[in-house]
Design a protein. Sequence first.
Length: 463
Amino acid sequence: MHPDSQDVFRRIEREQGTYLEELEDYLRIPSVSTDPSFDSDVRRCAEFLRERMRQAGLDAKLIESDGKPLVYGEWTGAEGKPTVLFYGHYDVQPADPLELWRNPPFEPTLENDGKQLVARGATDDKGQSYAHLKAVGAMLAERGELPVNVKLIVEGEEESGGEAIESFVRRDAGETLGCDAVFVSDSAMYEKGRPSMLYGLKGMAYMEFRVQGPNRDLHSGSFGGSVQNPGNALGAILASLHDAETGRILIPGFYDRVRPLEDWERSEFAALGFDEAADQDSIGIPAHFGEEGYTTLERRWARPTLDVNGMWGGYQGEGAKTIVPSFAGAKVSMRLVPDQDPAEVAELFADHVRRAAPAGVQVEVICHHTSPVVLLETEGPIVDAALAAMADIWQQPVRVREGGSIPIVATLAEVLGAPVLLIGFGLSDDRLHSPNEKIDVENFYGGIRAVVRFLDRLGNLGG
Ligand code: BES
Ligand code: MN
Ligand code: MN
């Protein structure tokens, strides 16, 4: 047995520079899943990962579907030992706005004396999920075997609400993916040196609406004031969604199913000692804002929210142009909590927007995708092994919730019936989805070692 993993740690110490270079190659492939013009890069990325899995000693293949390929690898030579399924995603968000990147988004660059690797996907989720593969690869290279069985599934449409993995997991019904624990690294530690295990993710309903006015842009002098302006109407609709004072969402029925925070959650969140001023500083705002009666962490982790993601309409170029625009529109996401139902909330939103539309325009509402709410009650020896493995590398982990969504997690928990461990190696200042996304190089290496510790601890359980 390898109670302290030192054999593998020595190898990681020697080889981690190479692991980082491999990650850089992975990051060079622009696997943007939401934009069809990147489809061939997405496939190339899946093939790259399959080859890397094979080089690590896994049996690996692509699982094809209507959507982007899934990459699957396994090593199942540890008879009678538990099986861990690792989940990650190889697709990334679009890199826009390009002009705000210090270096091109798909040319990974080391910054800050080599402490940070900057590239689209560095933390979300190539860097984090590649740590799984490197941990397994280092153990196999060092020992020729693993202490437990492992399976890796890496999807290519997490960022675009795709359904390839959802239908595969349901169809598979645990045959290929059967396991004793699911290990997901697609989130952040609470702060540097202080890891976290998430027990909640928000759900989501992603909406878009389009306000249609006149059949063409009109001269705003000749026609203005005599027709409903789609831009004005857009503003009125958006303003009707929130109470500007209290931050409450005004869609009728929106809060009906919201489960209140438990007292223990409120006190545990409060005990984390969240630094409001440092957070404001780090994101460059003069003050936090949100639903009255809740703290910043409560709002982020456990209260439902509604945000404009983008809006358009009318003239947006240089200088002034005098028109009544023909149309305007907005993309709006709602982040949901237990026990809200994303499909029901999508309906409530659509009804409200249609009602709020002023006379003189037509409004069309669509729902792009939904994601279920996740609230896990994980405990038991496997969870304890994961918590202990984190504490082997960093400080004692904290249990927290998260405002982000990972659509497949609810289905994995439901179909596989195994505890889901949401353990990320990112940091809250990683700028995921933003220009200059990065991963802390130490966290990448620490993530590899934490996974090694977890697998060794699991292999030693009960014997
Ligand atoms: N990794 C994120 C989710 C996340 C973000 C978890 C921050 C923990 C902390 C994931 O890649 C993501 O961005 N998910 C989307 C899902 C959506 C497209 C359904 C999200 O949350 O916006
Ligand atoms: Mn992610
Ligand atoms: Mn993401």
